[in-house]
Design a protein around this ligand. Structure first.
Ligand code: ATP
Ligand code: MN
Length: 470
């Protein structure tokens, strides 16, 4: 990762510099000033370049520098420093840089720089999402986010899955996972109208109505029924007006889809995959996790360790309802067989009853999507949700109905026109096979792994109702 620039100076990322014991070597380091303290003889600058949670201390002998320059080294300004790497006498850090030259790239006026002071609330930082990556918290979250994305690709690549890119603009409105955002080039003020007064989308860009995708699953199934095991990992969009700490209008979803997998295989994969990702974070993001643990959530690391070292509980929906009905807890949404299990119920099962992650299977057909495999009881389908502490549903998935006749019948009952999904039904006509898959919300995973409590704080630029400014 070393980039050679002019002469003998090697620009090093602070992460490498802090690990180096190559004392007295000439180094160059670039970053943003977090703090400056000192007196008229000496200045100590804490510099951060985002490569690691820690800062490097730059020591400036004032007698060797122009006072005016040093005065401009304020919190938030950006500099390049050349100097010597020295063993630090302080106990805060092991190495420091003694500056021989300082180049000021960009000043940051202390009067107006929003991050001049420490200790801002997460709510305030959401209003300055363009600058919050420069805070310790968001540095940690964004590095963990990167590590998790990397680990996801690594896991699937190691397990023989192919990364399939499913469309973001979709012509199918039968994905059935929520309200969609329309994609159109028609003039909103004066759209072409049909005789019945409705907008004439045949004049739109694609000659039909199109939307942003809510899930890559249906296309994912096309891939699985050719490549056996695929996964998607891309942005998904839902226009539901859910102002909750667990919903975004734009979020990233990981959707593996596997031919020849039954529901048990699907559950095993989901559990193994989640544990792998958590273990990866524990092994590779230690310092960032420790920072977040100390700042926000004292139980964080023990909770992560607990989840990787215990089996997930597996119960049917019917059993889950029995447990909820027998509990003494009071719920806002009353419980009876047939209801959609709400977050409060999910959290009760996970946090109070089983005290570990739970996989709920075999949901009532009426509350699940048309494509889930129908059980022989005629009432339930082979859906599975993975429920996590603090989060509730982190994964939703199912074995898919591979029988053309059953699938068509269900679509008729739900009034989903076959002509809209003829391509999907073709997979059941030609070489149909048992198959399964699930969707993991990337930001829900990150909520769990970082211990943050609002989903808007685990994505760089959150989209939610009335918020898409930048
Ligand atoms: P919920 O009931 O929590 O709203 P859902 O049942 O609508 O979720 P699915 O359609 O099953 O969600 O989507 C699969 C996964 O995507 C969910 O398990 C969750 O992790 C994630 N997810 C769903 N909706 C959102 C959202 N609006 N923001 C962030 N993640 C989401
Ligand atoms: Mn779901």
């Amino acid at each position: 990762m070393q980039v050679i620039i002019k002469r003998n100076f090697i620009t090093m990322r602070i992460k490498e510099l802090l690990a180096s014991r190559d004392f007295n070597s000439e180094v160059e380091v670039k970053g943003w000033i977090r703090t400056k303290r000192g007196n008229k003889n000496i200045a100590f600058v804490a510099l951060n370049d985002g490569s690691i949670i820690h800062n490097i201390q730059v020591v400036i002998d004032m007698s060797r520098f122009d006072e005016e320059l040093i005065r401009k080294l304020t919190t938030g300004s950006c500099i390049a420093v050349r100097g010597k790497l020295v063993e630090s006498p302080g106990k805060e850090q092991q190495v420091e840089v003694h500056a021989d030259s300082v180049l000021l790239y960009g000043t940051a006026d202390p009067e107006s720089y929003p991050l001049q002071k420490k200790g801002h609330t997460l709510e305030f930082l959401r209003e300055i999402a363009h600058l919050r990556p420069r805070t310790n918290t968001f540095g940690a979250v964004l590095r963990i986010r990167h590590a998790m994305a990397f680990a996801i690709h690594e896991y699937f690549n190691d397990h023989g899955f192919y990364y399939l890119h499913t469309p973001i603009i979709t012509g199918s409105d039968a994905e059935g996972a929520g309200e969609m955002f329309r994609v159109t080039v028609l003039d909103a003020k004066n759209p072409p109208l049909k005789e019945d007064g409705h907008v004439d989308f045949s004049e739109d860009f694609f000659g039909r109505e199109t939307n942003l995708t809510v899930s890559g699953q249906l296309e994912g199934e096309l891939g699985a029924l050719a490549l056996s095991c695929i996964y998607t990992f891309g942005p998904t969009f839902r226009a539901e007006n859910s102002n909750t700490p667990r919903h975004l209008a734009e979020f990233w979803m990981i959707e593996p889809e596997m031919a020849f997998y039954e529901i048990e295989d699907n559950m095993n994969l989901a559990e193994d995959f989640l544990k792998y990702l958590i273990r990866y974070a524990l092994d590779n993001c230690k310092e960032d996790l420790e920072f977040l643990m100390n700042m926000y959530d004292k139980e964080l690391v023990s909770r992560l360790n607990f989840v990787v070292s215990n089996n997930f509980e597996r119960i049917t929906y019917t059993r889950a309802i029995e447990i909820l009905e027998q509990s003494d807890a009071t719920f806002e949404f009353p419980v009876s067989w047939g209801i959609d299990i709400q977050t409060e119920h999910e959290r009760y099962l996970v946090e109070k009853h089983f005290k570990k992650p739970v996989i709920v299977t075999d949901y009532p057909m009426a509350i699940k999507a048309f494509y889930m495999k129908q059980n022989d009881d005629g009432k339930t389908v082979r859906g599975m949700d993975v429920l996590f502490p603090k989060i509730g549903e982190i994964i939703g998935g199912s074995q898919r109905e591979e029988d053309l006749e059953k699938l068509s019948r269900r679509m008729k009952e739900l009034k989903i026109p076959e002509k809209d999904l003829w391509w999907y039904l073709d997979t059941r006509k030609f070489g149909s096979a048992p198959h399964s898959g699930f969707g993991l919300g990337f930001e829900r995973l990150l909520l769990f792994i970082t211990g943050m409590s609002n989903i808007r704080d685990v994505i760089p630029f959150p989209r939610f109702p009335k918020n898409a400014d930048f």
